[in-house]
Design a protein around this ligand. Structure first.
Ligand SMILES: [Zn+2]
Length: 208
């Protein structure tokens, strides 16, 4: 749920089959040859990464940007005639669409810049996932609260492990026990459903 936004998927850089896509930008054959020369040089300087060059000539750069965003590729490297002139490239972060996620860096030591960008994206996605988890986990005190909070999140609660109690939760809220957290509060508590003694907490949530 956290690995996406309105534009589709966002793949974590360490798992992404393609970590960065290079999109060449040119308007005519003249520009094309200069740009592709730099593209090839950049590609070989990034041999340590999983790189894809999108040289499909039947699509515009804008179409390609969109296409790779949908597929969740974490980083885009744009190379156009101005970059050929200036010795630069544009980096665009998938997790931060628009100008905010764009930076212009030198073609020299691009491998370091790409490594840094991927690690920044990794950290940002991780922080987002943690925030999401915190914002959506609840510790209800009563059965009524449990039924309420699982409509939009998950709930840590004591459970006596009697299947009848789980069945009642499912009946009332469509939530079931999803997992047994490794970290337990210790001691004993009272089952959130039947108030009998419970030795463990579980996570109740609805499946989607
Ligand atoms: Zn119970």
């Amino acid at each position: 749920m956290t690995h996406g936004d309105d534009q589709g998927l966002i793949l974590p850089p360490r798992l992404a089959p393609i970590q960065a896509v290079i999109v060449p930008i040119y308007k005519n054959e003249d520009e094309r040859s200069g740009v592709m020369e730099v593209v090839e040089r950049v590609r070989s300087s990034l041999a340590g990464f999983r790189i894809k060059v999108d040289d499909r000539s039947e699509f515009t750069p804008g179409y390609k940007f969109n296409d790779w965003e949908l597929k969740g590729v974490p980083l885009r490297i744009e190379i156009g005639p101005k970059d050929v002139e200036k010795g630069s490239v544009a980096l665009a972060r998938r997790d931060m669409p628009g100008k905010a996620g764009k930076s212009f860096v030198s073609q020299n030591q691009l491998d370091q810049q790409v490594a840094e960008a991927l690690s920044t994206i990794h950290e940002a996605l991780y922080a987002r996932a943690m925030e999401f988890r915190l914002a959506n986990s609840h510790h209800p005190e009563t059965y009524g609260e449990l039924v309420d909070v699982v409509q939009n999140g998950w709930a840590y609660a004591w459970w006596c492990e009697n299947p009848a109690c789980e069945a009642r939760v499912k009946e009332d809220s469509k939530a079931t026990t999803r997992c047994l957290p490794l970290e337990q509060p210790g001691g004993v508590g009272r089952c959130i459903v039947c108030d009998e003694q419970a030795s463990r907490q579980v996570i109740f949530a609805r499946s989607y």
